[in-house]
Design a protein around this ligand. Structure first.
Ligand SMILES: Nc1ncnc2c1ncn2[C@@H]1O[C@H](COP(=O)(O)OP(=O)(O)OP(=O)(O)O)[C@@H](O)[C@H]1O
Ligand SMILES: [Mg+2]
Length: 421
């Protein structure tokens, strides 16, 4: 559907541009012809010049308009839904990451995880990915009935999650302090020379309440790491397929045995780390703010996930790298309170859902409706303030939304094949 309208638009554009060019050529011929007449045959009537000049001006104006429009629209399509102009969707060609796989990755691509590997992601920045990662991890690891063994991974070189966790742990329980250092950087997960058990051991935290909490931290060094590994792979210097390094690690017996859930925070970009997370994850949880630009970005992100799950739509040469991936849901974040805002948020959520579920490829990636979680994460001063030095979940005033989100995640995971979770 989107592809058809794009082709139609391109054909129209081509015809219009050609007609414009012909018109321009004719107008120029008229001007030159008229000037020639006057100069050599004494025809002094200005009518030729006036009509030709006007035609020339109209031709130039049309050409400029078409050029501008074409430049704006190149590489994109408009999805026809109730609010037509809301979703401008760039083509989701991500062919670098869809490079054909070879036989050596067959086994790891087919393997399945016994535990949920939850990726919190969106290509839109600042939508509370990190906020949710930290608080959902806190909820699962400390909940009273059956705390879970949580492995939390920061894959964003900005390191916001790492800073929040490192600062937080000493402040955790009733003001009690504890020495805590994050010894394990996320690069170890990608290091094939390091055994799974060593890799696990290094990430253990030494805080009493977090016996079953492992954390992999990230900082700006990971930026270089990602670029270099990607370059080496594309240049053929690195023979091992770098898209599945994290999957190999997280699906290893050691990791599966020692975690009940793995939670991954990513940055707003499709780089080596995020692609590895997509290839490794069982589920993606998608936070979005409820403004038009974020919803557009969310749709684009989901289209890209569909390409990574099903293989490229237009390019023939490419393989799906995350065939089992599912979206567990979306959540509206940093929203305002009040009934008018609630109403507007509901409307935007329904509009996005309406657009998404009509597309076959997206429909197969998404959960049964509703896509959006019933809880929205409200914009709240205390959550923002606490997040500067700690995980907001530890303060009882902030706990409610994260508990509700955790419970909804749990019920969707149980419903979606992790019955023992
Ligand atoms: N419920 C909330 N109330 C108030 N502020 C919030 C809330 N949730 C998140 N924030 C703030 O919004 C900002 C963005 O949040 P966060 O860093 O979690 O987003 P992100 O999606 O991880 O961003 P990035 O794409 O840069 O990684 C942060 O300053 C955070 O403290
Ligand atoms: Mg973040």
């Amino acid at each position: 559907m989107a592809g058809d309208s794009k082709r139609l638009f391109e054909t129209f554009n081509l015809v219009a541009t050609t007609l414009g060019a012909i018109f321009l050529g004719l107008a120029t011929a008229f001007v030159v012809g008229a000037a020639y007449n006057e100069r050599f045959e004494g025809n002094s009537l200005p009518i030729w010049q006036i009509t030709s000049g006007a035609a020339l001006l109209v031709g130039v104006a049309c050409g400029a308009l078409l050029f501008r429009r074409r430049k704006k629209e190149t590489g994109g399509t408009t999805v026809g839904i109730a609010t037509d102009d809301l979703f401008y969707v760039p083509d989701s060609s991500i062919s670098v990451w869809l490079k054909p796989t070879d036989g050596s990755t067959e086994q790891i691509r087919r393997a399945t995880s016994d535990i949920p590997i939850l990726l919190i992601a969106n290509l839109k920045g600042g939508v509370a990915k990190t906020m949710l990662s930290a608080n959902i991890a806190a909820y699962f690891s400390t909940r009273q009935e059956a705390p879970k063994k949580v492995t939390l991974i920061d894959l964003d070189y900005q390191g916001s999650l790492s800073k929040m966790i490192q600062r937080d742990l000493p402040l955790l329980s009733n003001g009690e302090s504890a020495e805590f250092t994050v010894a394990c950087s996320v690069e170890s997960l990608f290091d094939r020379d390091l055994s799974d058990s060593d890799c696990l051991l290094r990430a253990e935290t030494d805080f009493e309440e977090f016996k079953s909490f492992r954390f992999y931290s990230c900082d700006y060094g990971f930026d270089d790491f990602e670029v270099i590994r990607q370059f080496e792979w594309l240049a053929g210097i690195e023979k091992h397929d770098v898209r599945f390094l994290l999957r190999e690690r997280l699906l290893s017996e050691e990791f599966q045995k020692n975690s009940d859930i793995i939670i991954i925070d990513t940055g707003p970009r499709l780089t080596l780390g995020s692609v590895n997370a997509i290839a490794a994850a069982t589920h993606v949880f998608v936070p979005t703010t409820t403004d038009t630009r974020s919803l557009e970005a969310t749709r684009t992100f989901l289209a890209r996930l569909a390409n990574l799950k099903f293989g490229p739509e237009q390019v023939e040469d490419g393989d799906p790298i995350a065939p089992n991936l599912k979206v567990i849901g979306a959540i509206s974040t940093i929203v305002s309170g009040g009934s008018a805002a609630e109403e507007s948020n509901s409307r935007l959520e329904r509009t996005l859902e309406q657009a998404l579920y009509t597309e076959d490829r997206l429909g197969a990636l998404l959960p049964p409706r509703p896509l959006f979680f019933p809880t929205r994460l409200r914009k709240a001063g205390p959550i923002f303030d606490t997040a500067q030095t700690s995980i907001p979940f530890w303060s009882s005033n902030n706990r409610k939304p994260f508990k509700e989100i955790g419970e909804e995640l749990e019920s969707r995971l149980i419903h979606d094949c992790f019955t023992n979770f």
